[in-house]
Design a protein around this ligand. Structure first.
Ligand code: BTN
Length: 263
């Protein structure tokens, strides 16, 4: 059985999503770029594109996602109807956290959806939506997981900030098994998004890196804000309290911690 058929069968046997079409490439530019082409051509929900290497992997905020062998590069097509799309990246973060927990690796989520283990980046999530007819037509959810990545193959400036499932001592984690686990958990949290969205935010908070009360800096577009990390609310926004006591809600950005919470 080829890898695509094995993936479809493994998901079906776990009650996971039925994948109507799957591509699994040895090397591709970007799984998300390929899936966007398929989405525009009308591909159904849960069409998936996977690869063992990417030559043009993209990350959040216009960054490059280094994609050598040893990583899992996966994009899944969703066509949300009643689901609150703003929470989708958080739902995906929870799905990845639970999937890697199944291989014995504990991780923490940094808003909006960085997946960290031992304080280093283990996985990343990029949600890209296309709107039409007054709503969201489709979302391409791109997920990169460092399964057995050899950090020495990365540019020197990235090596210290990256980890992999193998480096964290995962049991039985190859790309195929990780793909099954991630998609299965993603389907569960996608359903939850429709039925009980506040559960998604609550689950995300349970996995969150505990920076509550810390002084943080948030870069959002060209704006830079400093304040105390107050919450991630039920809509998935980051809430920070500025020095004057005013609270601000942010829906995108990059958070870094400047000082831990005062005791
Ligand atoms: C991040 O910056 O943390 C998000 C990284 C997302 C990378 C994944 S790998 C599969 C998919 N294809 C891409 O080009 N990017 C996403």
């Amino acid at each position: 059985m080829d890898r695509r058929a094995a993936l479809v069968e493994a998901l079906a046997s776990r009650g996971g999503p039925r994948l109507p079409a799957v591509e699994w490439h040895e090397t591709i530019g970007s799984t998300s770029d390929r899936l966007k082409q398929l989405a525009r051509a009308g591909a159904p929900e849960w069409t998936a594109v996977l690869a063992d290497r990417q030559t043009g992997g993209r990350g959040r905020e216009g960054r490059t996602w280094q994609s050598p062998a040893g990583g899992l590069y996966l994009s899944a097509l969703l066509r949300p109807r009643a689901e609150p799309v703003a929470l989708l990246p958080l739902a995906a973060g929870v799905a990845v956290a639970e999937a890697v927990a199944g291989f014995g690796v504990a991780c923490e989520l940094k808003w909006p959806n960085d997946v960290l283990a031992s304080g280093r980046k283990l996985a990343g999530i990029l949600a890209e939506a296309s709107s039409g007819g007054g709503g969201v037509e489709w979302v391409v959810l791109g997920i990169g997981v460092n399964v057995a990545l050899d950090a020495s193959t990365l540019p020197a400036e990235l090596r210290d900030g990256v980890t992999s499932l193998r480096a964290e001592g995962a049991r039985g984690a190859d790309s195929d098994a990780v793909a099954v686990a991630v998609l299965a958990r993603l389907a569960v949290w996608y359903d939850a998004l429709r039925e009980a969205p506040s559960r998604v935010a609550a689950a995300w908070r349970e996995h969150a890196i505990p920076w509550w009360g810390s002084l943080v800096e948030v870069r959002s577009g060209t704006a830079l804000l400093r304040g105390t990390l107050a919450a991630v609310d039920d809509e998935g926004a980051l809430v920070i309290e500025l020095s004057g006591g005013e609270r601000r809600r942010l829906v995108s950005g990059e958070v870094s911690r400047l000082r831990p919470a005062e005791p």
